[in-house]
Design a protein around this ligand. Structure first.
Ligand code: GLC
Length: 636
């Protein structure tokens, strides 16, 4: 202990001397003391993390010095408006936990043609109530295969088809003026094979070869592949792909996405530089892509390793120094125990909630809420200062990421149940209402995931009435359990699967494009016509959004379970001061009657918020099929 204190003090002195010696730093800058103050507060964390990751290298203190210098320079370049935002958010650190938060996500080109097109849609975003806009990857990427932009060729250049960095900056300020935070991806597990680091590596440059996991022959790849799972088996088996010169490079996802080697501190520094560059363009939240994969260690699955957490924390410390208002959202689509480990104010303040997402679909298929209730009861509450991002579906496939142990407790066999769910959602199960498409069907492992828009998975093509009920029911969970609800834009008007993807260059072999349709203009035009499914979905969602924004109980994430004693009816409580919102949601196909005794813990007088009607719990509650109610009740 004493030794590490001494070591860290020596590192601090070294870092201070590096800053002292640098001519580029403007010490007369009125904001400089603020950096010095931040360094005092956050250096111990950053230093400890950096030492854990790189302390075995002789040059680790030099690397740390160079990193802090980079932070100092970036802070000095940070625009005044963003520094003002930093100060504002520091005074209101729970801003993202408000019940007024509402997220939307879209592809710039498919939804609005360009960044300027996104700007033109701001009035609509305000109509909807958005406060958070996630623009899917918009940086320079290879053509035509780029995994929807998840293969980045430059973090500092916007894809010219979408616009320019200047336009992104302008968009971010205009969004902010309209109360909308900008979210973009930080795709930091890999670059594209066209990134200049990758090109230099492919040419054999040793400095850049060290930026990636490159081996001269199959010895190490074979050894790693003993314990690493395949992510996109349709694309290539295993985790490595050959280079023209006979070497092998690590590519977890597609052949053209090369994993960065964070065992090399130069990579950490380089990516911290790219991150701070994005922060200074006005990005509010970074979606930390593929967090589970960022550290590799022979003999392990190379997912969710402790060092992956150290790295995220170190990136977070870098933000605290140089872009303090920036937040991280974790994208960990892994076992729920592992998902939870990324959620921490010092790591990722926000996280996708893939378990809730998957179990909403599971409940719709089974008409039984036992797995979803269990998940809410034991896995929903997270640390203060953090929040879920709850969603019904994303741009990605649906994977059944529930824990087999949890399912077993309920007498459910995880493997069999996933098989049933896959068959159900690709309409291979008798009685299925869903029009999904398989994704990465892996006959060797029996693994498969599901593609499809919300409306198509709910069967809007075949039975609009039932489907509208399911669509609203699914969203009612994401909008009321606690956290930021995130809409896939277009789903609020019931957009359907788009099978044209099979004709699109670069998309044909990736069924996820079926649920990434173009802006559904005609459906949007019908959004205010209550006689149409579009109008019914839009009105239902708008109502949830406005009621949520006025219900302080729905802020934050805290949830208390509530047992309805009806297998098809989900229940939970969102506690407020003296009052509680009790949510009930009927996932069964028939009406459900809950007797008065179910509510004996509450006073009889209740108000249903969505319809603004009074109820007496002394009469019990009857729910129509797919009905959901948000009851404001008073615990006795
Ligand atoms: C994330 C993205 C996914 C992409 C992958 C590789 O999981 O959500 O779309 O394929 O990362 O970057």
């Amino acid at each position: 202990m004493r030794e590490t204190v001494d070591v860290d003090e020596a590192a601090r002195q070294h870092v201070l001397s590096v800053l002292e010696a640098d001519d580029g730093i403007q010490r007369a800058d009125p904001d400089w003391p603020e950096f010095v103050r931040r360094l005092d507060v956050h250096f111990p964390d950053l230093c400890g993390l950096f030492r854990s990751l790189y302390g075995s290298r002789a040059d680790w203190q030099d690397q740390l010095g160079a990193l802090v210098l980079q932070c100092a320079r970036s802070w000095q370049e940070r625009p005044a408006g963003l520094k003002a935002l930093d100060a504002e958010r520091e005074g209101d650190s729970s801003w993202f936990q408000s019940n007024r938060m509402l997220g939307g996500v879209c592809y710039v080109d498919r939804y609005a043609a360009s960044l300027d097109g996104v700007r033109d849609r701001i009035p609509y975003f305000k109509e909807l109530g958005l406060t958070y806009l996630h623009l899917m990857p918009l940086f320079l990427a290879p053509e035509p295969f780029s995994d929807g932009g998840y293969a980045v060729s430059s973090y500092r250049e916007v894809n010219p088809k979408l616009g320019t960095m200047e336009q992104l900056r302008a968009l971010s300020s205009e969004l902010r003026e309209n109360g909308i935070s900008l979210v973009v991806d930080f795709i930091f597990n890999h670059t594209s094979n066209e990134h200049h680091w990758a090109r230099r590596a492919a040419e054999g440059d040793p400095e850049y070869s060290d930026y990636f996991w490159i081996y001269p022959d199959r010895t190490m790849p074979d050894a790693f592949e003993q314990t690493v799972r395949e992510i996109f088996p349709d694309d290539h088996p295993g985790s490595f792909v050959p280079l023209p010169d006979g070497r092998w490079v690590w590519a977890t996802f597609h052949t053209y996405q090369w994993d960065l080697n964070y065992a090399n501190p130069a990579v950490f520094r380089a990516m911290a530089g790219e991150m701070l560059f994005l922060a200074n363009q006005g990005v509010d939240i970074l979606r930390m892509d593929a967090v589970a994969f960022i550290w590799k260690q022979l003999g392990t699955p190379c997912e969710n390793l402790p060092e992956a957490h150290f790295l995220l924390r170190a990136f977070n410390s870098v933000c605290r120094l140089a872009a303090p208002s920036l937040l991280f959202k974790s994208e960990a689509i892994v076992h729920p125990d592992e998902v939870a480990l990324y959620i921490d104010p010092a790591e990722c303040q926000l996280s996708y909630n893939p378990l809730q997402m998957a179990l909403i679909w599971e409940s719709l298929a089974t008409r039984n809420v036992s797995l979803l209730s269990q998940a809410l009861e034991r896995r929903h509450n997270i640390a203060d200062g953090t929040s879920w991002v709850n969603y019904v579906r994303s741009h990605d496939d649906i994977g059944w990421t529930f824990a087999d142990e949890d399912a077993a407790e309920l007498g459910i066999n995880g493997f069999e149940h996933r098989r049933f769910l896959n068959a159900f959602y690709v309409n291979r199960h008798p009685g299925s209402f869903a029009q999904g498409v398989p994704f990465q069907d892996n006959p060797r492992t029996g693994d498969c995931r599901i593609s499809g828009t919300t409306a198509s998975l709910c069967g809007l093509e075949d039975d609009p009435d039932q489907a509208v009920g399911r669509i609203l029911l699914a969203h009612s969970v994401a909008f009321s359990t606690g956290g930021v609800p995130l809409l896939y834009l277009g789903d609020e008007v019931g957009q359907l699967n788009d099978y044209q993807y099979a004709m699109e260059d670069g998309h044909e072999s990736d069924s996820r494009w079926v649920h990434r349709p173009h802006y559904p203009a005609e459906q949007y035009a019908r959004r205010n016509d209550p006689a149409t499914p579009e109008g019914a979905i839009f009105a239902g969602l708008r109502r949830m959004i406005s009621v949520r924004a006025e219900a302080p109980e729905l802020a934050g994430t805290r949830l208390i379970d509530f047992h309805t004693n009806a297998p098809g009816v989900l229940g939970y409580q969102r506690p407020g001061y003296g009052r509680t919102v009790l949510v009930l949601a009927n996932f069964s196909d028939g009406p459900q009657q809950l007797p008065a005794v179910t509510f004996s813990g509450f006073s009889a007088a209740a108000v249903e918020l969505l319809t603004d009607t009074a109820h007496s719990l002394a009469d019990g509650i009857t729910l129509a099929p797919h009905e959901y109610v948000w009851l404001r009740v008073t615990p006795k």
